[in-house]
Design a protein around this ligand. Structure first.
Ligand code: ZN
Length: 325
């Protein structure tokens, strides 16, 4: 955030917008960060990694390469394998695992059903990004994560897609209600994001039928040192009331949609939640199989990747000591 005073005419003569890289850009960035520095196993395909990391910025990709090298070094591998990149991706995206955190069985169950709620709704909404991974291993500040990954780079969203996202966010809360008949604080972040999305749809993207294609700015992009902090509102009290009603309406109709889906797919949700309690993490293949009514093969001896403790990420200056073959 720059002081508006710095941006007065004559100070800077141009602005260069650096967008997040597309798949080709990510491939080139990955090449830069692995070239010379990191010995790669023959199974590593940078193009696959680039395709699987939409939304990652250059710094995320640098971090990804560093993390992958650290994971490989920790098991004294002589090179970095594809699985190390896969695990590093989870860590960069979702935060480090907090295996040290002790969760009661009850908390685990709550989390498993909550995440299964997200996953089931995500799997049932046409056009939603596919579920990439569901986990009940605590990461960062979250007790569990359902990670959707778009199939390709996306540059804009439709109202349909955004409403779907809201329904998916509501899935966690609905599952808690349905199976435990109680409300928990675990859904706070989902609720906040759903409300923000709905408000943006109404106020910024003109997606409300009642209000039409108008922008109802909150004037919050020029906040500097407390000035403007009392929000400038350039619409009337009446409009404000309509906005609130519209936001409420969008969230509630998608809450209902999530509820209908979960009622209908109740047994699938139980299957996913119970599998999560056994395996802790399910990938997209597992979720698809369970959604189709299948059962997962018995749990083979899981080779959990070594994970660092919960504090902080990798030291970016660290050069992993790997001995190339
Ligand atoms: Zn959630």
């Amino acid at each position: 955030m720059l002081d508006p005073a710095l941006l007065r005419p004559g100070r800077f003569d141009r602005r260069v917008v650096v967008d997040r890289p597309d798949v080709k850009g990510r491939f080139e960035i990955l090449k830069v960060h692995t070239h010379d520095k990191i010995p790669l196993a023959p199974d590593v395909d940078l193009e696959v990694i680039a395709r699987g990391t939409p939304g990652f910025a250059g710094a995320d990709l640098a971090n990804l390469c560093n993390e992958a090298a650290l994971l490989a070094a920790r098991t004294s591998k002589k090179w970095v394998e594809m699985i190390d990149f896969e695990n590093a991706k989870d860590k960069v995206y979702m935060g480090g695992e907090r295996r040290s955190m002790v969760m009661s069985d009850e908390d685990k169950r709550d989390t498993a059903y909550h995440e299964a709620g997200h996953a089931v709704v995500a799997a049932c909404i046409p056009g939603a990004d596919p579920v990439h991974k569901v986990t009940i291993i605590p990461r960062g500040r979250a007790l569990g994560v359902t990670w959707q990954l778009p199939e390709r780079d996306k540059y804009s969203s439709t109202s349909e897609f955004m409403e779907g996202q809201i329904a998916i966010m509501m899935g966690g809360r609905v599952a808690e209600e349905t199976f435990f008949n109680r409300l928990s604080t675990g859904a706070a972040n989902d609720i906040e994001r759903a409300t923000t999305t709905a408000r943006n749809m109404v106020c910024n993207y003109g997606m409300s039928e009642k209000l039409g294609p108008l922008s109802f700015g909150q004037g919050d992009h020029e906040i500097f040192l407390g000035r403007d902090i009392s929000q400038r509102r350039d619409f009337s009290e009446d409009t404000a009331r309509v906005i609130d009603a519209e936001v409420h309406d969008i969230v509630m109709r998608n809450y209902q949609r999530a509820k209908n889906i979960i009622e209908e797919k109740r047994d699938r949700l139980i299957a996913i939640a119970e599998s999560l309690l056994v395996r802790e993490t399910l990938d997209s293949k597992d979720v698809t199989l369970l959604m189709e009514g299948g059962t997962l093969p018995p749990k083979s001896n899981p080779t959990m990747p070594p994970q660092s403790s919960d504090i902080g990420g990798a030291d970016p200056g660290y050069k992993p000591a790997l001995n190339p073959a």
